[in-house]
Design a protein around this ligand. Sequence first.
Ligand code: GTP
Ligand code: SPV
Ligand code: MN
Length: 595
Amino acid sequence: MIKNQKLLTWIEEIKSLCSPKEVVIWTGTQKQYDEIADLEVKNGKAIKLNPKKRPNSLLYCSHPSDVARIEKRTFISTTNQNDAGPTNNWIPPNKLKPKMLELFKDSMKGRTMYIIPFSMGPIGLDMSRLGVEITDSAYVALNMHIMTRTGNKVLDLINDDEVFIKCLHSVGYPLEPGIKDPSWPCAPIEKKYISHFPEENMIWSYGSGYGGNALLGKKCLALRIASSMASKNNWLAEHMLILKLTNDNNKVKYITGAFPSACGKTNLAMINPTLKGWKAETIGDDIAWMEVKDDGKMYAINPEAGFFGVAPGTSYKSNPNAMETISKNTIFTNVALTDDFDVWWKGLTKEAPDHLIDWLGNDWDKTKPTRPDHPNSRFTAPLTNCPTLADNYESPVPISAILFGGRRPTTIPLVHQSFNFEHGIFLGSIMGSEVTAAILDDGIGTIRRDPFAMLPFIGYNISDYINHWVEMGKKSTDELLPKIFYVNWFRKDESGFLWPGFGENSRVLKWILERTEGKDNYNKTPIGLIPDLNKFDLFNLDVSQDKMQELVKVDKNIWQEEIKSIENYYSNLYKDKLPNVLRNQLDNLKRRFAF
Ligand code: GTP
Ligand code: SPV
Ligand code: MN
């Protein structure tokens, strides 16, 4: 039962604004989940997958206009534009709120309004944060049940007069009498708004039902609002995986990694090391909240309770742990349906089945020029399904290394280490990657800078964000803070990727952990420390010496171009607010190359 007066008042307010047909409070029981799932199947919204092959699992297929995060329709709404900064779309609250209130007016007509209390982070942990999402989408309710800790246990905390973050969501498709509900209701692009009000820690999302646009605990709360909260309270909210590693001497260390969307976080978080005696365990695959504790070390938690992972490319060969994770209790979105009511996507098996129903609901066979799955199709599955989930996944863990990475076909070596923490901040700031299908955009494949893999997720001014990282660095010493690395699994030559990736990335992790222990296994270059190939584990690896040389090459001419590009990027983006740390680091880099 809801007792928190603030919550009761807010629910009444939204009820009279949005006019839903009925209100359902999410209790978090399996019974409630199953009932809503069954109703969705009965109403033709979802397909129940073959219980013999994929127990307790659903397939949803979205409207073709609603397939990914939409950065153009994502807003940071602050009184002053400077507080949102140059990386965010900005509309001030006094303009945005009236516009959105008009859209929300009666927007839930004919629909059920779900009240979902949730905790980002383990229930009751001091690093966790509470939220309530009000939504008219059963898909969102079912996904939130998997992706967050939800239900009565969380409500009990909120009832104890705790603060919670208000998250309002509507698919933006009111059911006027006589209107048939489509299988994936949503609003046209120009009416979609994914809005954040960091001054009052509030989220309003209208018109999209997909992923990060609609599961408001994830990118909206745990990254955009959380990063803004963290900047004022000495912590960090980052787009990072968290991985536990045990080496062949039984030594345990933890790392985090920030790679842009669809650039390998889930895969690294579930890595099966090819190195003998090494063990990897999963803690998180998308978001890390971090703080420096009294012992001077940086600790991380995964605020999520599930995976919302990229389906294409996932197979027993590339990521067997993900395959096990999604073997049951999973919601699939925008993958293809097989004749025996199982799922298929590009890369699952070498050959596609002879016949499929594609994600648009059409018959598909190999003569069709189109692919049957959407490139940003996804699975939603609970962390507890993951065979490699670490047993201490709900406790803050001390981080030894932070990895930055992205898809860079040239220039960036397989791995390099920063000279110190502030140089690491510089590496984060210049990160770039080929744009992937995780964003609804025309620019897929082109390289864009994506600082800290946070370009779409920093909920405030990026200059302040960089300076906040500097402040975090001052909370401890370089000795105790995580060491910072830049990795690139995606360097290419004419024949494709130079590096086999996936399980073989454990060789890079081994080098990295040795570096955190100060081992002399490196060569110094102007951009940082790269592996000395004589001291890099190449045993049983099928990569030629030439390719290995190419993978760690730092080419002076190419870097001269890269530095020009960084200078341009900095001056276009930061204008007169370039943080000192970046100016100094860029000067240092130029000096080391002596251009
Ligand atoms: P988001 O959930 O969007 O934040 O993405 P993510 O960073 O978790 O990406 P994910 O691990 O799902 O990887 C996306 C794609 O990259 C998949 O198609 C993978 O097969 C591919 N990939 C992951 N790791 C590697 C690697 O080491 N080498 C190569 N070549 N491809 C990889
Ligand atoms: C990403 O795009 O980085 C994702 C998927 O993790 S979504 O939650 O839809 O943003
Ligand atoms: Mn992500």
